[in-house]
Design a protein around this ligand. Sequence first.
Ligand code: ATP
Ligand code: MG
Length: 228
Amino acid sequence: MSKNQFIAHENVFDESTLRGIFYLTGQGYFEEVEGPISIGKESNVFAVLHKDGKRVIKIYRTSANFKKMYEYMKPDPRFAAMQGTKLSVIYTWAKKEYRNLLRAREKGVHAPMPFVVHKNILVMEYFDAPLLLHKAPKDPKKFYERLISELQKLFSAGLVHTDISEYNILNDKEKPVLIDFSHALDLRYPNVQHYLLRDVHNLVMYFNKLGLKLDEQKEFGRIWIPKN
Ligand SMILES: Nc1ncnc2c1ncn2[C@@H]1O[C@H](COP(=O)(O)OP(=O)(O)OP(=O)(O)O)[C@@H](O)[C@H]1O
Ligand SMILES: [Mg+2]
């Protein structure tokens, strides 16, 4: 990052996050911060420049509600050994999103490739595509079927997204890209079916408004495959 960039972002990043950014630039994950994409409640997302093109960094705020994060992650067998202190919870949360994305990508889910996670900073692939919220599909049926196929792949990766809506799906030239995997759960999580049903409910509501006639239970059955 150049000196000017440092000054421009001085007030945005805390000391430790700034050190993290310097570390990641030193490791070659990106060259500089281009600018903010989204300022969220728990995290801020920035576009960064890499020699191969744009990337995205998602920075979890150290002021995030870590108690809520802790309670949410505790029943996930992957994080059984997690400590409850503020920073370790927030770093685990960021690591969780990284691992979820990696698992999804390994099964061919159309989602950002995660490059690295360092403390509260996740570096991932950038998609030059609007949110579904801002760009409705031209052919809802076709887009919906593609989404079902993404959710089936995600299920085969042993994950449920749990925050599916037009806010967390990009419309990449009429192909869905799933984003925001921090809440995604392992299939071993208690009552995980309930979370999948909620995801399906959100999709069915959205697509039925666009003229489809989807039945929630039936659509749920296309994704959920009972064990044995
Ligand atoms: N890989 C990406 N490529 C392009 N834009 C992205 C990417 N990831 C995130 N964005 C943009 O940034 C916004 C916020 O990202 P995201 O949904 O992951 O975070 P959030 O909703 O603030 O999450 P959280 O609930 O974890 O705080 C998205 O709505 C999208 O516009
Ligand atoms: Mg989001």
